[in-house]
Design a protein around this ligand. Sequence first.
Ligand SMILES: NC(=O)c1ccc[n+]([C@@H]2O[C@H](COP(=O)([O-])OP(=O)(O)OC[C@H]3O[C@@H](n4cnc5c(N)ncnc54)[C@H](OP(=O)(O)O)[C@@H]3O)[C@@H](O)[C@H]2O)c1
Length: 245
Amino acid sequence: MTKRVAVVTGASSGIGAASVRALAAAGFETVAAARRVERCAELAAEVGGRAVGLDVTDDASVAAFAAEVGDVDVVVHSAGGALGLDRVEDADLDGWRLMYEANVIGVVRVTKALLPGIRRRGAGHLVLLGSIAGFEVYPGGGGYTAVKHAVNALGRTLRLELNGEPIRITEVAPGMVQTEFATVRFGGDTERAAQVYQGVTPLSAEDIAEIVAFAVTRPAHVDLDQIVVRPVAQAAAYLVHRRPE
Ligand SMILES: NC(=O)c1ccc[n+]([C@@H]2O[C@H](COP(=O)([O-])OP(=O)(O)OC[C@H]3O[C@@H](n4cnc5c(N)ncnc54)[C@H](OP(=O)(O)O)[C@@H]3O)[C@@H](O)[C@H]2O)c1
């Protein structure tokens, strides 16, 4: 039997990279995609999959990507993240635009490009990396919570629009996961990023990847529509219990 093909965007790091490993272990042929294609190539060599460069904010890059990967069964949209932690009145508008481009329009762009191939395969599964920021808010989080609210709306809309087709939509909505996320959010400031995880046991990228693999390996009639997962210490985005150091 030919293997099912799973594309993972944002596969050069964190949840995306771990998802490639988990999906390969679950028997998928994997396509690891991100801008840092050399990292994807290392991962592809490790799991026996493919690596393709991809910038989800760029029309030409997504078109070339779709042409190269061909028809697929599963798309895990992990590309994205946060930029900054500013109050709305101090918002860096370019940062907000970039977040919207990568987290929201990027998902739309890649979905538009790959959906015809999913249909040709006969069935498929779109997994969106949402966040608890998709239904909670916190001071300084305005730009990121706005985009993850949009991802939540996008997933729910797709589920309505694709109703009647054998295409599943799953939103995985994690709380705090220790990846490069905080380092990117704080412009490369690793000390500030480390403080995010101080005194807490955060989720790991592997915790989320296991959930992604579980969702896509359910029987074809089962759609896990939204999966919320948090560290035990994180009761809300802004309410984190920290152990005294
Ligand atoms: N970590 C958390 O606490 C957390 C919680 C909830 C949800 N999430 C979401 O989970 C997803 C993965 O985040 P992560 O925690 O794994 O962070 P990460 O380690 O920073 O990984 C982010 C990935 O997105 C890729 N990416 C960013 N912009 C891109 C673009 N324009 N085109 C293609 N790829 C792009 C990056 O690759 P390149 O830079 O190589 O392109 C990288 O592989 C994100 O959507 C994030 O919002 C994270």
